[in-house]
Design a protein around this ligand. Structure first.
Ligand SMILES: [Fe+2]
Length: 292
């Protein structure tokens, strides 16, 4: 974390600052995050999704440090980011905070046709039959709360985008920081409009939902009117071995269309016990209909 002036801590940030120094500082290591990026690049993915909480208390220098790390993964064209609760810790001007990452959080040319002009979230990116839909659940909350909210405007846009993209036969990947289902997090930490989001997913389906926030390896399914939605969460990208939470992991999603069916192989890669490399930690496959 960069140097902090006392005046910047006269609010919710004070708690976050002390929490960082009390526990998180010794667990979240840049060396681990860099090792993960190196292993990830060795796998040569077409695209990388980063599901938020790149900073701690939303200070401007933190956003610039995170941008420098994002650039080690790749350009905005190849990396998609969605904000977490720590990325919207307190109310701050867009240009001084999340706007710093705007190359990583905007629609591409094809995706822009599915969102209203000027809309920041959701943003949509489309390539190779796959549509990435990036949501923001990061909104400033009172002290001691880590919850998030999509809001009605974003939910309405998501509803419409999922319906259209589904009808067009895309494999839809929703990126969201908070786990989408109400039972996946406590009220203090969860998504406030999870019930409404579940309704949208049940109505339209989505082939894959990727989230962060819980710092755990998670997989859930949701039965929808358009098949089964697979929901995956991963531990933090910077967590070391022997800490209070699981060590760093990431998932590889190998998605291909086989006639009328999508096939997705999920490979887990995790920090080895010696903390010096990432190694395979599990594999599973699911399928989804390519046309409704
Ligand atoms: Fe979070």
């Amino acid at each position: 974390m960069p140097p902090v002036r006392a005046v910047q801590l006269m609010n919710k940030r004070l708690l976050g600052f002390f929490n960082w120094h009390r526990r998180r500082k010794s667990f979240h290591l840049r060396t681990v995050a860099d090792l993960l990026v190196k292993d990830l690049k060795d796998q040569q993915p077409d695209h990388v999704a980063v599901t938020g909480d790149l900073v701690n208390i939303s200070l401007r220098p933190e956003f610039e440090n995170a941008l420098e790390w994002l650039r080690t993964i790749g350009s905005g064209e190849h990396v998609s980011v969605v904000p977490g609760n720590h990325d919207a810790y307190v109310a701050m001007p867009w240009d001084e905070t999340l706007g710093v990452w705007s190359d990583y959080m905007r629609s591409d040319t094809l995706g822009a046709a599915h969102v209203a002009p000027g809309e920041r979230f959701p943003y949509i990116r489309i390539a190779g039959g796959i549509a990435i839909i990036g949501l923001s659940t990061g909104v400033p909350m009172p002290p001691l709360l880590a919850s998030g909210r999509l809001g009605e405007e974003q939910r309405t846009a998501l509803d419409k985008a999922l319906a259209t993209l589904g009808a067009e036969g895309y494999f839809r990947v929703v990126l969201i920081h908070h786990p989408p289902l109400a039972h996946q997090a406590s009220r203090r930490k969860g998504l406030r409009d999870a019930t409404e989001l579940a309704g949208i997913l049940e109505r339209n389906g989505a082939e894959l939902v990727l989230h962060g926030h819980n710092h755990r390896d998670m997989h859930e399914t949701l039965t929808t009117r358009r098949g089964v939605t697979h929901i995956y969460g991963v531990p933090s990208a910077s967590g070391c071995q022997g800490g209070h939470r699981p060590a760093a992991q990431y998932n590889l999603y190998d998605i291909e269309r086989d006639g009328g069916e999508w096939r997705c192989r999920v490979t887990v890669r995790g920090l080895a016990a010696d903390g010096r490399s990432f190694t395979p930690a599990g594999e599973t496959t699911f399928t989804a209909p390519a046309k409704f």
